[in-house]
Each structure stands twice: as C-alpha cells, then as structure tokens.
Design a protein around this ligand. Structure first.
Ligand code: SF4
Length: 286
C-alpha cells in the first residue's frame, strides 16, 4: 500500500551497498495478504530487491472467505489466488511461502482440498513453498468464538501430511526442485518443551532490531503494544539511541542460561514492571 516508501528504502539500500560493498548484506521480504501483489507490483518489488514473500491462505475458497474479509465483508480468495497464479506465470526471481492456516474447522479441507489446489498449481514451480501452521489463540476482540485452535498433535500430523503430499508430487515432477522439510512427531515433542529445543528468538540477539514507521526500535515483532518492547529509536543521522537497561531484559536468557527465555524473551519481559508505570490509589479507597 505504500510502495513509494519501500522504493525509497530500497534505493537507499542500493546506494549503501555501492558505498560499502563488503559490509552490507541485505535481504528484503514482505509478509503480505497478497491482495495488491499484481504482476506489475511484483516485478517492481523484485527489481528493487524485495524477493521473499509470505502470503497466507486460511483454507480453500469457502473457508478462506469466512475469515479473510475485505472491509465491506467480501471474500478475498479469488484476488489473492489470482495474483499467486499470475506470479507463477512470470519468470521473475522471487520466493513465495504460502502459509496455510490450520484450525479445528478447516483442518480437513486444508489437508485435502487446499493441498490439492496448491499441488496442481505450484508443485512444479520451485519458487513456491508451503508453510502450514496451526493457528494459536492470542486473544483479542475479533474472534467471536467460531474459530478454534486444533489439538496440538493433530496440527503436527496435518502439517506433516500436507508437506509429504506436496513433496511427493514435487519429486515426481522434477528432481531438481528442492523439497521441503517435514515436521515429525519428534519435532512436536521437542518443541512442546522449549527448554529442549535450542531455538533462540531474534528478539534475544544483540544485533536484531525492528524499526517501526515512527522510528522507534523494538525487539519483539509481535508484542508491539508492550511498553518494555520499545527499547529506543533511530535518529535522523541513522544512529541508534538504545535504552541499555531495557535491551538487557531481552538478552537476559544468555546470562541466565535459560533456553526457554532465549526461545521467547517476551514471556519474562512481560512479567517485569512496566517502564514509567506509576502506582495510583483511587481516591474513593482512601
Ligand atoms: S513473541 Fe516471543 S518468540 Fe515471538 S518474536 Fe516475540 S519474543 Fe520472539
């Protein structure tokens, strides 16, 4: 929606790359609903260096159009899927991860109908990958109760089945195209205990920052309303002004030697007192 902003940033990146060729490693990507990603826009983005995209489908048309609506209530499947097909008809150099959301009402349709559609249209094209994921309940005001998460093991089984089907189709079509790793039940058990997984979130790393549109710096890219997540800002000169006390909270898992804190520092940060939090006593209670 703000292509000119993307253009400004990418052109600046190109200039920096020419100036400091050895220092700059930049990879640009977008998580987008894909609604406006027409072939013209895609070509413009790829030319600018934005080559990785994650686009989500909430199921085959009748499921997707229940949860992924336009402001006027109309469904979005046809436009998004049309853009994916148009992308595959180009010879542009991009990678598209098609994220497939699984929940208790759509799990069968995603494993069968949607996977069939994706095999038919994209198994032959190595630029497309599948990324099935069970949705989680993060609360919020918009779920009126009709979307329920899947049982954990059913979700892993479904993800394995989808990738296995897609991989088999891909292998039978073209051995040159790399296949996708399939989650196993062992992964499910490991990931159910973050102490054992060894995963470190980028939010725990000292050199990872999210830069928001107003120039503020964050560590976690999901808890954008969390006060302790706003750890500084980027100045007009490009220097980073960082609150050292706050950034230490995010990297605390290294000092504590706790895998779970490294896997998701947010859970510890959330329990700490908020920055600038004042305790007040209501007058009526005095
Ligand atoms: S929610 Fe946790 S795991 Fe996700 S980005 Fe934030 S800190 Fe990392």
């Amino acid at each position: 929606m703000a292509l000119e902003v993307v253009e400004e940033i990418e052109l600046f990146r190109k200039k920096m790359l020419e100036k400091f060729p050895a220092m700059f490693r930049v990879r640009s990507g977008m998580t987008t609903n894909g609604y406006l990603l027409t072939p013209d826009v895609l070509a413009r983005l790829v030319d600018l260096g934005v080559k990785d995209f994650q686009i989500t489908l909430d199921g085959p048309p009748d499921h997707h159009n229940k949860t992924r609506l336009r402001a006027d209530g109309a469904g979005t499947y046809d436009v998004i899927f049309g853009n994916l097909i148009s992308a595959s008809e180009t010879n542009l150099d991009f990678n598209i991860d098609i994220r497939m959301h699984l929940h208790s009402s759509n799990i069968n349709a995603v494993q069968s109908e949607l996977t069939d559609i994706l095999i038919k249209n994209f198994a032959h094209d190595g630029r497309f990958k599948l990324h099935p994921r069970s949705i989680a309940d993060y609360g919020g005001a918009f779920n009126d109760g009709h979307v329920k998460t899947t049982n954990y093991i059913n979700g892993i089984d479904a993800m394995s089945l989808i990738l296995h089907r897609f991989n088999s189709a891909r292998k039978s079509l073209n051995k040159e195209i790399s296949v996708l790793s399939e989650p196993s039940l062992l992964d499910a058990v490991n990931h159910s205990s973050s102490e054992g997984s060894g995963f470190v979130c980028y939010a725990a790393a000292s050199n990872s920052f999210g830069i928001r549109a107003d120039g503020s710096l964050v560590k976690c890219t999901t808890a954008l309303d969390e006060d302790n997540n706003k750890i500084g800002h980027i100045k007009e000169t490009g220097e980073l002004d960082i609150n050292q006390e706050l950034i230490k909270l995010w990297m605390g898992g290294f000092a504590a030697g706790k895998n779970s804190q490294l896997a998701c520092p947010l859970y510890v940060v959330k329990t700490l007192p908020k920055k600038n939090q004042h305790k007040t006593i209501p007058i009526s209670a005095i």
